[in-house]
Ligand binder design. Structure first.
Ligand code: ARG
Length: 584
């Protein structure tokens, strides 16, 4: 029988079977978790609670349970009862080797991982920038974290639909169209449309601030746009098209491809139904001509209502978000949706979810799972939100360019003799990867300080360190003329022996736990930390145990360890959205 992917889960199942066989009351919660390495690989704590509730001696219950364990468990593990009644499991070297041999290919790992979330259908709402502006550093986190979460969920077996919910409808278009009609520079527009739209927006905004007459004209433009006047719609369409083209360049670089780009404008004709239903249900009420939802049970939102239609009758962020939830459930058949958005919007999402839950409950619609996958701010070295020296937002495309320039310098010191074109490719992969990884390696809910020197470095928990480990593994195989994952060669492997071989094998076998944790909490930093520790175990192994030894069975088992390290490092980095390299 091949070794199961997640050994903790499979141990749990074995313990439940043992509980039945031993005549314990079931269901029995075995509570298997990763153990403190001094005690073993896994520990089951469930006996304690079970015995306490029934006034039994926990050690005696543990004894009973261990006595009833199926033979394949006692063949693979050393089992010991410790303390008041913990059961410790330590994989025997043969059990470790068995796991490694059963997971020789990416498909085998993927098949194992895909068991945890089958049947779930998630809409992932991420990136979602507003149009007519460049993406700046504030847009980095949603894109990078969102893509990693999307990949982790899909890898865990969920159906994932990536939806770029762009802000392509709103009051900014009044001022923008006003300025466009009077001040557009056609040559600049042809050269760099977003740049020109940004200039026009600033111009319109300043003019409207300075002069109420302009403000009125801009409002009139907005009314005409919302009424669907063809000339206004045409300008609006141009703006969005140019914006999406510019966004796409950043997405290509980050390896992001959306399934849907249904912006706010898509819900234009779907908000009326929201007003009607919520008003009819008594959930929404008129207040100072606006339509609002109070949440009397909530300490803050009982007085701070959720405005779902503005006093001038226009839709807002809340109206479109409510219409979006309904559409995603009714038409896209989502069972859940995730919003990868700055934590400064947490009030909005709390009110949105509260409102949607009441609305769905009152209309007997099945309630989707809704979660705000929040994140903190990217700070400069002064601990304030990162800006250029002159106080402007840093454009994301400039940031990524600088990253690859800096990585180019690193590549030139490390490997000056590589062909120029290859150095450029490596610099692009390392540079972009460093920016992505520095963002992902932090707990997403915290702010972090953006520091070039720390993020583009071969030392520490960085992309360059991990990409270099991958490249080094590739070069080991190149030098020995071996192919990673060559099953025939691996079949000749002898049993794992040295402490460093065993430690590396143990770390490899923990990959499923890292995936479960990162995907379960939608926190990619758990996977980053795992990969970093894995690379560390690999270094320790590689320094202590020579791979290119004469004894073919020792060489085979060490090559097997190298091959699995390579496979898991690459799989993990790809799940984070990074590209990997053959050479660096
Ligand atoms: N466009 C918004 C912004 O730039 C983010 C939208 C997030 N998604 C959503 N469904 N509200 O802040």
């Amino acid at each position: 029988m091949p070794a199961p992917f997640n050994l903790a889960i499979s141990l749990d199942a074995s313990l439940q079977a043992a509980a039945t066989a031993a005549g314990l009351e079931t269901p029995f919660a075995a509570e298997v978790r990763g153990a403190d390495p001094r005690h073993g690989d896994f520990q089951a704590n469930g006996v304690l609670g079970y015995a306490k509730a029934r006034k039994l001696n926990p050690r005696a219950v543990a004894q009973q349970l261990v006595g009833a364990l199926p033979a394949e468990v006692t063949a693979a593990y050393e089992v010991a009862i410790a303390g008041p009644g913990f059961i410790n499991f330590t994989l025997k070297p043969a059990g470790l080797l068995g796991w490694l041999q059963a997971h020789a290919r990416a498909e085998q790992l993927a098949a194992g991982a895909a068991q945890s979330r089958t049947g779930e259908a998630w809409i992932l709402d991420y990136s979602s920038p507003n149009t007519a502006k460049q993406m700046h550093v504030g847009h980095l986190r949603s894109a990078v974290i969102g893509e990693a979460v999307a990949r982790l969920l899909a890898y865990s077996g969920a159906k994932v639909t990536r939806d770029n919910h762009i802000g392509d409808w709103g009051t900014q278009f009044g001022k923008l169209i006003w300025a466009y009609k009077r001040h557009v520079d056609q040559a600049a527009l042809a050269r760099d449309p977003i740049e020109e739209f940004e200039r026009l927006y600033k111009l319109g905004n300043n003019a409207a601030d300075a002069d109420v007459a302009v403000m009125d004209e801009a409002r009139a433009e907005l009314v005409q746009l919302q009424a669907g006047k063809p000339a206004s719609l045409e300008v609006w369409r141009q703006i969005n098209e140019a914006s999406l083209r510019a966004f796409q360049q950043v997405y290509d670089q980050l390896g992001i491809r959306f399934d849907l780009t249904l912006g706010e404008s898509f819900y234009n004709d779907k908000v009326a139904r929201v007003y009607e239903e919520l008003a009819k249900l008594g959930l929404a009420q008129e207040s100072q001509r606006a339509l609002v939802v109070f949440h009397p049970e909530h300490p803050r939102f009982k007085e701070q209502p959720f405005i779902i239609r503005k006093s001038d009758g226009a839709a807002n962020y809340a109206s479109t978000d409510l219409a979006t939830i309904l559409y995603r459930c009714e038409v896209l058949k989502a069972t859940g949706m995730l919003y990868v958005v700055d934590k400064r919007q947490s009030d909005h999402f709390e009110q949105l979810f509260l409102t949607a839950r009441k609305w769905f409950a009152a209309t007997n619609r099945p309630e989707p799972r809704m979660e705000h996958v929040d994140f903190g701010t990217v700070l400069g070295e002064n601990n304030k939100p990162l800006k250029t020296r002159s106080g402007e937002n840093i454009k994301l495309k400039d940031l990524l360019l600088e990253a690859s320039d800096r990585a180019y310098a690193l590549v030139c010191t490390k490997n000056p003799d590589l062909p120029e074109a290859e150095k450029r490719v490596i610099a692009e992969v390392v540079g972009t990867g460093s920016v992505q990884y520095a963002d992902l390696a932090q707990n997403r809910s915290s702010d972090y300080v953006f520091a070039w020197d720390r993020m583009i470095s071969l030392e520490g928990n960085t992309a360059a360190y991990l990409l270099y480990a991958v490249a080094r593994l590739r070069s080991i195989f190149r030098k020995l003329g071996a192919v990673p994952g060559d099953t025939a060669g691996e079949a000749a492997a002898s049993g794992l022996e040295t402490a460093t071989e065993l430690a590396l094998a143990r770390k490899l076998m923990k990959f499923p736990e890292a995936i479960l944790l990162a995907a379960g909490q939608m926190r990619p930093h758990f996977l980053c930390l795992y990969l970093y520790e894995l690379a560390g175990e690999f270094s320790a192994f590689y320094n202590a145990d020579k791979v290119a030894v004469d004894d073919p069975s020792v060489r085979a088992r060490r090559l097997l360890l190298c091959a699995r390290t390579l496979l898991i490092l690459e799989t993990g980095l790809h799940l984070l959205g990074l590209r990997t390299l053959e050479r660096m």
